[in-house]
Design a protein around this ligand. Sequence first.
Ligand code: GLA
Length: 383
Amino acid sequence: MSTGSALRDDAVAGHVAAYGVEPAGVGFAPGRVNLIGEHIDYNGGLVLPVALPLGTTCSVSPRDDGALHVSSASVDGPPVVVPLDDLESGARQGWSSYVLGAFAHSRSRHSFEGGASLRVDGDVPLGAGLSSSASLECAVLVALDAATGLVHDPLTLALSAQAAEHEYAGVPCGIMDQAASMLGRADHALLLDSATLHHEHVPLHLQEQEVVLLVVNTRAHHELTDGGYAERRAACERAAAVLGVEYLVDAEPAAVEALPEPERRRARHVVSEQTRVRAAVRAFGLGDLASVGELFAASHASLRDDFEVSCPELDVAVAAAYDAGALASRMTGGGFGGSTVALVRVDDVVVVTAGVEAAFRSAGFRSPEVLVVAPADGARTLY
Ligand code: GLA
């Protein structure tokens, strides 16, 4: 959570150390935590993420050897080197696939015919459901714009980042993470309609109420590329096809109940989650955090029982947070591990953190990582 100037200075110094030249541009893009609206961004739904104060910086300089050189502050060894001619689409392995994909998807907009050197650095916990990959993709795209003096619409960059993730990382994700990373705003959540990409910034009024966001990284395995995510998405697409709706969020609840399993429960989650997002936006607007708490609890139960993307660590983290006095808590992100998000009164942070840690100890889980975060600004040029 460094300041912009510290991030910029570190990125410039790191780039010079890695490649012997100053970068032509440096971009920053944050991770995100989703407040509510889970697994509905590929079903035409409304989602309510916030950008985190954690993120990725990317620095870039031009080359003349016709190759892309990619290095990371947290990975030892020489840069990954890929000739530009080999940048064709196709899923690859590892962290560099996100960088290569983002570069490939912006090639038509930029002129790096001679190649480029890129270096990334970041503090979004990996595999924690906090969108380290979207932050990486978006940081690359912002850095490329910065280096070439171009300014693209944030949604254009978000869509490029999503396409990179589909084609290079092999994850058929929705648009929520990349949009949150590009468009987040301090003290606000992003209300994004994934069908139209219409979006607005919703003030959360957390500071006035002396409430913070508490993110619990369970450190349980979270790997969207394992197939569970694609399987859920495919079930939703089958359900929408049977019901004859373009977007599953628009299905009639009664028609959903007539579907076979597992489509019935998957669709029930999607339709009910959309209703909860609308109610949560109203409740945040009224400062009615008691209602937000009920909606978060219902969202978690629906993800656990109907969508089946929770896991014991997430369930324990959510229950322990409520038991210790959290106002609201639920799993966040794709699931199968990863993180929970809670709303906690400032005065209760210590006791809620201790409650979750104690519950993890008695369940025999690894100690969780607990982060207190405030909604932050989205991607930006640092240099
Ligand atoms: C992942 C995906 C998002 C979204 C969430 C679940 O984070 O990248 O597009 O589908 O899971 O809400």
